[in-house]
Ligand binder design. Sequence first.
Ligand code: CP3
Length: 330
Amino acid sequence: MRQAGRSLPEYRSLRGEGSILEAIRQPELAAEVTLQPVRRYGVDAAILFSDIVVPLVGIGLDVEVVPGRGPVIAEPFRSRADLARLRPLEPEVDLAYVLEAVKILVGELTVPLIGFAGAPFTVASYLVEGGPSRDFARTKALMHTDPATFGALLDALADLAASALRAQVGAGAAAIQLFDSWAGALSRSDYERHVLPPTRRLLEGLADLGVPRIHFGVGTGELLDLMGAGADVVGVDWRVPLDAARRRVGPHRALQGNLDPAVCLAGIDAASNETRRILAEGGGTGHVFNLGHGVLPATDPGVLGALVELVHAETTDGRVPAGVGDQERA
Ligand code: CP3
């Protein structure tokens, strides 16, 4: 999950003070940062060190990731004319450094590497708002006042994500995760009408890659069934118990989640009790244990290490199923 490394002293010392986008542009450094939590915790998969705004940088937009704040767009998207600024991605050129990091990692990892991209709605929200937002007011205003432009924006961002994900799998990623972190801000009907069609098209269009497709959101309890479209795994945050999530998503998709990251700040005993409850509610097969959102920076690495051990001890074989991690396939 995002920012597993942020709690680690070895991450902070390697990253230093520079911009995260500058760090991502250095494949050896990005690969090392990806490996740090895998080494320290013995987790069953690695998530590439990158960011959801990297493809936007790749097509030439002026984006910065401001520490403590998040992505900031110099010239926000507000009208139809702005669509012309979204040219198609050429991953081999525009994301060459990302693909190089993936290749280095595939050679070094003994667990699967998860590639990722930002989902159309979440990335659109940064483009339209110009940065992080609480209410997504401008994004929702565009959606309702000019649905055609909003739809064209999401279609373009779906194409961008699809080509970034396809390229990561081509370079050796063994699974992909689509982050729609802020989709939970939408009503069910707005999601269904404006966001589901491009998102479904994006995920279904990647079926031929033959890798697990994980669809992640926060506060998306009321959207879980819809988010299953085109996905093999649906992310669930801590608000919905996994047995309820299972009823919403149905029997044919796996669930990922759903420990509240804040519980990890309450110490090993509290976090272990919550983890046991989640494993019981997840019901074993078809559940990928994870946090419901990113690791909080103040988290004690000792707590995360203890949780990984606990999950391995309490689950049947403690490892991902055979085949999922086959790096040879790539
Ligand atoms: O564990 C990892 O580091 C995995 C790599 C990863 C990052 N960002 C690195 C990162 C992943 C998977 C992401 C995805 C991402 N980025 C999402 C979707 C997932 C989610 O968390 O909901 C979103 C919404 C972003 C945008 C973004 N980037 C935010 C909101 C922030 C936080 C800003 C802050 O400092 O609080 C970032 C910065 C960021 N991306 C950091 C990391 C490790 C932390 C800052 C840094 O190290 O400079």
